[in-house]
Write a protein that binds this ligand. Structure first.
Ligand code: NAD
Ligand code: MG
Length: 394
């Protein structure tokens, strides 16, 4: 049988939660037999990165931090695997000719390399929602120009991607993003005021990286996802609904003009979305827990409370204001999140700081190119840091 050339994959952020799940999926789908691994990238976890690179026969391994270059180099000495580091290393990774790139670096750090890979025409499996929140239409147009596919990996957007009938676009009325509600779904504002990163990171259903887990507790994750959905599927803000669904079985839904609602259901396991993005348009065979409906017995829904979860309101504000407000929201939020993780900022102050920065920078002009996006991001971070200094000084 004539074997076609194996697909070449790169995984940006292979050492993270999504990255490790991606390699697990690759393994289940035949590993080195069926795929060629071009580049794996990580940050501080050099040991894991080196082990992954050897196990999967990667051509290149990149640590985002120059300080870890020597450690990675020595961990891979004699393996024949190329090693690079820093921002330039990530850009080199993006330039390598992978056909499919998993964009799973956390935060704005993932933007530049993902954009470069998109421009080169690679299919982009997008976990890094910050790309779309910050760069929105510019990112979409970079994908279009590059000619690759944009495959949503965020479970909600992957669900929508699975049930959105492309040839019925005119009949799409709304999308409904489901949210688990996180660990503080039933907590009062008073209770939330005093929580620590340790309690905030404990997600009831999903196992994820630290930052996205805390973003789930504050519902900033859902806020980012609303903006992400807008750009991915070309929706108006009014077409995007959020519903609390504590069991995380329905991953999201699309409502049509005939009243039909199509939903995608499954166990809360990111490998379904990753596998779909990797095998699209086919469905892979994966050992995901199968739903037992009799055992599930019920699925619950609640309207989200925007007083306790102001992040949702901020997402709508960013969408209606448009321009670089997405980049500003995300940049300010990242700085506030960092401060919360380090115990320097109370949980509820993350939204307060973010809103003040968004208001202060509401006059920034729309971005004409990526430099404008990066500038808005930098300004938002600076402004957030300044506000926090004032706050802490009292
Ligand atoms: P994680 O923290 O587990 O992993 C992040 C990865 O990025 C690691 O490989 C890390 O080495 C790398 N990294 C960290 N800082 C970096 C930097 N400054 N420069 C370059 N690389 C850096 O995060 P995660 O949970 O895997 O999430 C990754 C992305 O996927 C995020 O954008 C997140 O919002 C999104 N996402 C995650 C999930 C999930 O289930 N974990 C679900 C949906 C979307
Ligand atoms: Mg999600």
């Amino acid at each position: 049988t004539g074997k076609t050339a194996p697909r070449r994959l790169s995984i940006f952020g292979s050492t993270g939660s999504i990255g490790q799940n991606t390699l697990n999926v690759v393994d289940h789908l035949g590993g080195r037999e069926n795929f060629e691994i071009s580049v794996l990238t990580g940050n501080g976890n050099v040991e894991l990165l080196a082990r992954q690179a050897k196990d999967f026969g990667a051509r290149m391994a990149v640590t985002a931090n120059d300080r870890h270059y020597e450690a990675l180099k020595s961990a891979l000495s004699g393996s024949g695997i190329a090693v690079a580091s820093g921002k330039s290393g990530l850009m080199e990774a993006a330039d390598r000719g992978a056909d499919w790139v998993m964009a799973a670096i956390v935060g704005t750090a993932g933007l530049a390399p993902t954009l470069a890979a998109a421009k080169r025409g690679a299919d982009i499996a997008l976990a890094n929602k910050e790309c779309l929140v910050s760069a929105g239409d510019l990112f979409i147009s970079a994908i279009r120009k590059g000619g690759g596919r944009l495959l949503p990996v965020d479970s909600e957007h992957n669900a929508i991607f699975q049930v959105l009938e492309e040839n019925q676009r005119h009949a799409i009325e709304r999308v409904v993003l489901t949210a688990s509600g996180g660990p503080f779904r039933t907590a009062s504002l008073k209770e939330m005021a005093g929580v620590t990163a340790e309690t905030a990171r404990a997600h009831p259903n999903w196992s994820m990286g630290l930052k996205i887990s805390i973003d789930s507790a504050s519902m900033f994750n859902k806020a980012l996802e609303m903006i992400e959905a807008r750009h991915l599927f070309g929706l108006t803000p009014e077409q995007i609904e959020v519903i609390i669904h504590p069991q995380s079985i329905i991953h999201s839904m699309v409502g049509y003009t005939d009243g039909s609602v199509l939903a995608q259901l499954g166990a809360p396991d990111m490998r379904t979305a990753i596998g779909y993005a990797l095998s699209f348009p086919r469905r892979p065979n994966l050992p995901i827990e199968r739903l037992d409906f009799a055992k599930l017995a019920r699925l619950d829904f609640e309207a989200p409370d925007e007083l306790r979860f102001p992040a949702l309101r901020l997402a709508r504000l960013a969408m209606t204001r448009g321009g670089v407000q997405g980049a500003v929201l995300n940049g300010a939020k990242e700085v506030a999140l960092e401060a919360f993780i380090e115990g320097r900022l109370p949980f509820l102050a993350m939204a307060e700081i973010t809103e003040r920065v968004m208001d202060d920078l509401a006059g920034l002009p729309p971005a004409e190119d990526m430099d404008d996006v990066f500038a808005a991001d930098r300004q938002a971070r600076q402004r957030a840091a300044d506000l926090m200094k004032l706050e802490i000084a009292g």
